[in-house]
Design a protein around this ligand. Structure first.
Ligand code: FA5
Ligand code: MG
Length: 349
């Protein structure tokens, strides 16, 4: 077989083989097999050296035609395969707008936050201001300035987390009282303030006690404020949170910073007053302490206690949320179990 015949035979074989190539990898491999350094066509070109001079131009031309035809065929094939790959990818990735979307989880305020907001709204509507205190306070503000000196036995009721000898995590929002009292300008009108926030105690956790909980302090100071104002205010708040029909009782109590003092209890939601493990068999759950601000507290903040009187209260929103929603263990609020929390998405009203 002469070289021209060999070239033509190769061209025919290539025509057939090109049609079987299906992937970019196969195209590339085929190109090397034919046009590479030891490729089939390259090998035939080497034989050109041995043919008579006058035959060389025609054979060279034929060889070049074949090479060009192969290149064109393979380029075209490459484009076709690439287009097919793209098409497949687009088909696979098309968005089906009729499929249901990914659900978006929407958060909601924690149940205690909801109760606190409800209390805040009530007092804002009555013209109270909201002030924020800090959670780390001095021993002076948490205790001494509210009439609880160093050796006072009342300190035992509020065992505390100390940070150093003089600072602690506040055990009560009453720690804001001295600051609020000393800053108020009575020529501008009465003092009416609430102060919500977290407080901390070394209490042993049980169904109604947590080592971290919330309080909302309330204070009203002006000329002529009486115990009647306090009781009316507390009754209003209880009705707002628990409705008209829940039983609420006032019980005489003791706080070093109020005189006289009261505590407010709400009938236990679980036993209805008979006594059970939630209410410690008493039938009642305490929600707040309150009283008429002790003259010593006013005096220590530079207020004339003969001219001005006032009341203060410290409510526990955690306990209120328990009572309002029948939650039988305060620790549920702090476990962050969504199954529990998601029961209260609806709001408090
Ligand atoms: C006080 O903390 C006083 N500062 C309240 C006060 C303010 C009295 C102003 C007079 C004038 P007491 O320790 O009783 O008082 O706590 C108040 C309320 O906080 C309780 O009625 C209860 O609702 C809540 N509370 C107390 N300890 C805990 C606790 N460990 N876990 C959850 N709630 C608590
Ligand atoms: Mg108490």
């Amino acid at each position: 077989m002469n070289l021209l015949e060999k070239l033509n035979l190769l061209a025919e074989k290539i025509d057939v083989e090109v049609k079987t190539l299906k992937t970019l990898e196969a195209v590339e491999a085929f190109k090397i097999k034919v046009l590479g350094r030891n490729g089939a066509l390259t090998d035939l070109m080497k034989e050109l050296r041995n043919v008579p001079k006058e035959e060389k131009p025609a054979l060279g031309k034929r060889a070049n035609e074949i090479r060009q035809a192969i290149n064109e065929a393979l380029d075209g094939l490459t484009k076709e395969i690439e287009a097919e790959v793209l098409q497949k990818k687009m088909e696979q990735e098309t968005i089906d707008v009729t499929l249901p979307g990914q659900p978006v989880t929407q958060g909601h305020p924690h149940i205690i936050e909801q109760v606190m907001q409800q209390i805040e709204d009530l007092f804002l509507s009555m013209g109270y201001e909201i002030v924020e205190g800090t959670e780390i306070v001095s021993d002076v503000m948490n205790f001494e300035r509210v009439n609880v000196p160093k050796d006072h036995p009342a300190r035992d009721m509020q065992d505390s987390f100390y940070i150093d000898d003089h600072h602690l995590l506040r055990t009560q929002t009453s720690a804001v009282q001295p600051l609020v009292l000393e800053q108020h300008d009575f020529t501008k009108g009465p003092l009416k303030v609430i102060s919500p926030g977290k407080v901390y105690r070394r209490d042993n956790d049980d169904a109604t006690h947590s080592h971290q909980f919330h309080q909302i302090e309330g204070m009203v100071v002006a000329e002529g404020i009486t115990m009647g104002d306090l009781l009316g205010t507390l009754e209003l708040m209880s009705k707002e949170i628990f409705g008209e029909n829940r039983e609420v009782r006032f019980r005489p109590s003791y706080f070093p910073f109020t005189e006289p003092s009261v505590e407010v209890d709400v009938s236990c939601f679980k036993c209805g007053g008979k006594g059970c493990n939630v209410c410690k068999q008493s039938g009642w759950i305490e929600i707040l302490g309150a009283g008429m601000i002790h003259p010593n507290v006013l005096k220590m903040s530079g207020i004339d206690s003969n001219k001005y009187t006032g009341f203060a209260f410290g409510t526990g929103p955690d306990r209120m949320a328990m009572l309002k929603y029948g939650v039988n263990d305060i620790r549920q609020f702090y476990l962050n179990d969504e199954r529990f929390l998601n029961q209260f998405i609806g709001g408090t009203k």
